[in-house]
Design a protein around this ligand. Structure first.
Ligand SMILES: Cc1ncc(COP(=O)(O)O)c(C=O)c1O
Length: 393
């Protein structure tokens, strides 16, 4: 086979991630590669750490970017905090809580599951019961923003309960960071991981993480060696510690870190609270249009993520055919349901750079055209006007 250069189509990414990447981030990615121990690169790493502290709302010293996607951030938290035999209370209200369970069990820990309906937030009352029943639990693990269903859980309340029971928390913020309020320090979260490709609108492949001093104390006084060499924070720390003392651990993804740096600079320029407000207002506009068309949201309004809109597929509509038509005719990507929700929902992302009024109107117009063309039970001609009215209000 003789291959030639790959030129991807230009899509609008309104699925569950990756989201559209800001052109400034793509430009940063293409700057000249320098050595990963070059003093200039070390300065960049220090800045990435400081910018991540801003994004996570924390002063945690151990704040950095794992050189792999969100799943590696998840695994970093679990392999460093959980030891064989440890009990972890894991909340599951979608796909990603199931992955947390898998992580605990692969380490040889015991996962105590607190299950909630998919499409609902984690219920603090159930968590409180589990903490009261399992007084020997070491960690409470939960997903702040469940991308598989579009549900937002109350991380502050859950972390408060964990503290009352002297438990550490592991919190998945892959989809929440930069999109909804997340205050790691004020809320007392201990081990927090995220992803570069959602509301930060950076390219995929990095996982920002941050650890409280309580978590660091547990990591540095472990009984067993961390089972993963690559993710062992006791070793990675030597690479990410500041003050020009960096020692070789692995070759950092140099250009990807330029991209993350640029994405975080953009976030700082906008202001974190303005970014949260933007995600909220674009969601409000999309919601008006979706509901005007006669479609329904999966998640109750008070538990809904603004950046990930799960919409029920109307009876008799072939959900995959709709997504294909949007992709082929409009270059527009929206997401399918995962796991128990496969075939039943669409997931419309309004994340980071992609969360803007133009995309809201474009998506509503395209969706309405495709659904009307299929004789789906929707009200035509009203969605865009409803969203515009919300945007202009
Ligand atoms: C809530 C959540 N956790 C973890 C992950 C895993 O991240 P990645 O796909 O970057 O490994 C995702 C990815 O969509 C996610 O949405």
């Amino acid at each position: 086979m003789t291959a030639s250069s790959f030129h991807p189509p230009v899509r609008t990414l309104m699925g569950p991630g990756p989201s559209d990447v800001n052109p400034r981030v793509l430009e940063a990615l293409s700057r000249p590669t320098i050595g990963h121990l070059d003093p200039e690169f070390i300065t960049l790493m220090d800045e990435v750490q400081e910018l991540l502290r801003y994004a996570f709302c924390t002063s945690n010293a151990l704040t950095m970017s794992v050189s792999a996607p969100g799943s590696a951030g998840m695994e970093t938290c679990f392999v460093n905090l959980v030891e064989p035999g440890d009990k972890v209370i894991v909340c599951q209200n979608g796909v990603f809580g199931g992955r947390m369970k898998e992580n605990v069990e692969r380490i040889g820990g015991v996962a105590v599951m607190v299950e909630d309906d998919w499409g609902r937030a984690v219920d603090p009352a159930r968590v409180e019961d589990a903490l009261a029943t399992h007084k020997d639990a070491k960690i409470l693990a939960f997903v702040h923003a469940e991308t598989s269903t579009g549900a937002l859980s109350d991380a502050q309340a859950l972390a408060g309960l964990a503290r009352q029971h002297d438990c550490l928390t592991i919190v998945d913020t892959v989809t929440s960071l930069g999109g909804v309020p997340l205050r790691v320090e004020d809320w007392g979260l201990d081990a927090v991981y995220s992803g570069s490709q959602k509301c930060l609108s950076c390219v995929p492949g990095l996982s920002p993480v941050t650890f409280s001093q309580r978590a660091v104390d547990v990591i540095t006084s472990r009984e067993h060696r961390v089972q993963s060499w690559f993710l062992d924070l006791n070793l990675v720390l030597g690479y990410w510690q500041g003050g020009g003392k960096r020692a070789y651990h692995h070759t950092a993804p140099v250009n990807t870190l330029y991209a993350l740096h640029e994405a975080l600079v953009i976030l700082q320029e906008e202001g974190l609270e303005n970014a949260w407000a933007r995600h909220r207002s674009n969601h409000e506009a999309l919601k008006r249009g979706i509901e005007a068309m006669g479609l329904e949201f999966v998640v109750p309004e008070s538990e809904r993520l603004p950046q990930l809109n799960a919409v029920s597929v109307p009876e008799g509509v072939d959900e995959a055919a709709v997504r294909s038509a949007l992709l082929n005719e409009y270059n527009l990507e929206i997401g399918a349901g995962l796991g128990a929700m496969a075939g039943k929902i669409w997931r419309i992302g309004l994340m980071g750079y992609a969360s803007n009024p133009t995309n809201v109107l474009f998506c509503l117009g395209a969706l309405e055209a495709v659904l009307s063309g299929m004789q789906a039970p929707v009200t035509p001609g009203v969605a865009v006007a409803a969203a515009r009215a919300a945007l202009e209000a």
